[in-house]
Design a protein around this ligand. Structure first.
Ligand code: NDP
Length: 396
């Protein structure tokens, strides 16, 4: 039995993970679940799964959780506070950690799992964008196994030779073809995007996801974050990563080799596939996902990304090339701007403008420690919040 912790269990990836685990109770044991403040949903999960630990980062919500669970789960230790999530990520009963907290909030627990040598299933791409070198150092030092959950990176992982060592060149790889649907506004003119609402931005054509990543898909910053993620996961230079718009979301990414071969991974746009792949790796298990009906799909199409309509892509390439604190700054500014958009404080098209302006004042130097990363993150959040506030005072 493999002991699993799901951090972010009340979210979209978290719930999909529980769905896969429920199909394999003979193989996996859910040891711990954790989230931020959704006490109602976590209480339901505690009752169903009776895990060893359940934690909420928000202390007030954790008190609600205690009241909601009552005596229904006598074996479960109910924990409160952000530090409890790190404790769970390192618990000896946990062999495998699903890091599915959204945003920078997931960094500490993701690092804790890496530091303690777990099998780390990484959905929390923001952690890698903010602190790539640090996370990889912890993985290398502890002997943790890092497996990508993002469907594109999981696809690339599946298309790479399984046991070859060395960099991409040693593996004979020429390019990574990182596919993306183009989001809900793929076919809209930029002029039509001034007044889009959070509901429109969150209505992704193919994937059902949390609100932050849905807005990231609409601006294409999700693909931008994934460019940086691919750099750290696979050692790919910015020139080796080609974004390919693929509206059907059936090809989840491709790897092109020196001999001209292009290997692709296909499947339904359903996160249970990469989750099951990583949970069972190197074996394969049922994910509850139906067969791909290629006759019904009929056509797979591919387009060039439009860098003018979606400036987030250039911003991400630029941050990757600049290195240092730029990726952490990009991520923090994006989180601030997306939150402001979702709260109705910032128009959609201003999201990338806020990021661009914040990046222009990114701190110099390379963040070598967690404290450095958190300082770069805090400074970028402060700057981005000022820019959002300035926009509001002009708009008033
Ligand atoms: P959701 O918004 O659906 O869920 C987010 C989860 O994170 C919730 O469990 C939430 O808890 C928890 N959380 C948020 N803030 C904190 C905090 N401060 N401390 C502890 N827990 C916190 O997000 P998704 O599932 O869509 O995305 C999760 C991650 O996976 C993101 O990094 C995203 O980029 C990545 N990803 C998602 C995909 C998808 O299909 N959804 C695909 C590929 C990657 P609560 O409910 O209590 O607020």
């Amino acid at each position: 039995m493999i002991g699993v912790a799901v951090l972010g269990s009340t979210g979209s990836v978290g719930e999909s993970t529980l769905d896969v685990l429920a199909r394999h109770r003979d193989r996996f044991r859910l040891v711990a679940i954790a989230a931020n403040s959704n006490s109602g949903r976590l209480a339901q999960q505690v009752r169903t799964w009776q895990p060893d630990y359940a934690a909420l980062a928000d202390e007030r919500a954790a008190a609600e959780l205690r009241a909601l669970v009552g005596g229904a789960a006598p074996r479960t230790r109910l924990l409160a506070g952000a530090a409890a999530l790190e404790e769970i990520a390192q618990a000896p009963e946990v062999e495998c950690v699903m890091a599915a907290i959204v945003g920078a909030a997931g960094l500490r627990s993701t690092l804790a799992a890496a530091r303690s040598g777990k099998r780390l299933l990484l959905a929390n791409k923001e952690a890698l964008v903010m602190a790539g070198p640090l996370l990889l150092k912890e993985v290398g030092r502890s002997g943790a196994t890092l497996l990508p959950i993002d469907s594109e990176h999981n696809a690339i992982f599946q298309c790479l030779p399984p046991f070859a060592s060395g960099g991409l060149a040693a593996k004979g790889v020429r390019r990574i073809l990182l596919t993306g649907s183009g989001g809900p506004f793929r076919a809209r003119a930029r002029a039509e995007l001034h007044r889009v609402t959070p509901e429109e931005a969150c209505a992704h054509p193919n994937w059902v996801m949390g609100r932050k990543i849905s807005v990231d898909s609409a601006t294409m910053m999700n693909k931008g974050l994934e460019i940086i993620e691919a750099h750290w996961l696979f050692g790919a230079s910015p020139e080796q990563i080609q974004v390919v718009v693929h509206p059907q979301s059936v090809v989840h990414s491709m790897v092109e080799y020196a001999d001209g071969s292009v290997i692709a991974q296909l499947g339904h746009p359903d996160m249970r596939t990469p989750i099951a792949q990583a949970l069972a790796y190197p074996e394969r298990i049922d994910a509850g996902v139906s067969s791909l009906d290629l006759f019904r799909i009929g056509v797979l199409s591919f387009e060039q990304p439009d860098f003018e309509r979606f400036p987030a892509l250039d911003l991400a390439y630029a941050a990757l090339r600049s290195g240092g604190a730029a990726p952490a700054t990009l991520n923090a500014a994006n989180e601030v701007a997306v939150a402001a958009f979702l709260e109705g404080r910032l128009p959609f098209l201003r999201i990338t403008a806020v990021i661009e302006e914040t990046l222009a004042s990114a701190a110099a130097g390379t963040p070598g420690t967690l404290e450095d990363v958190l300082a770069a993150d805090a400074s970028a959040r402060g700057r981005a919040s000022q820019i959002v506030a300035r926009f509001n005072s002009h708009a008033a």
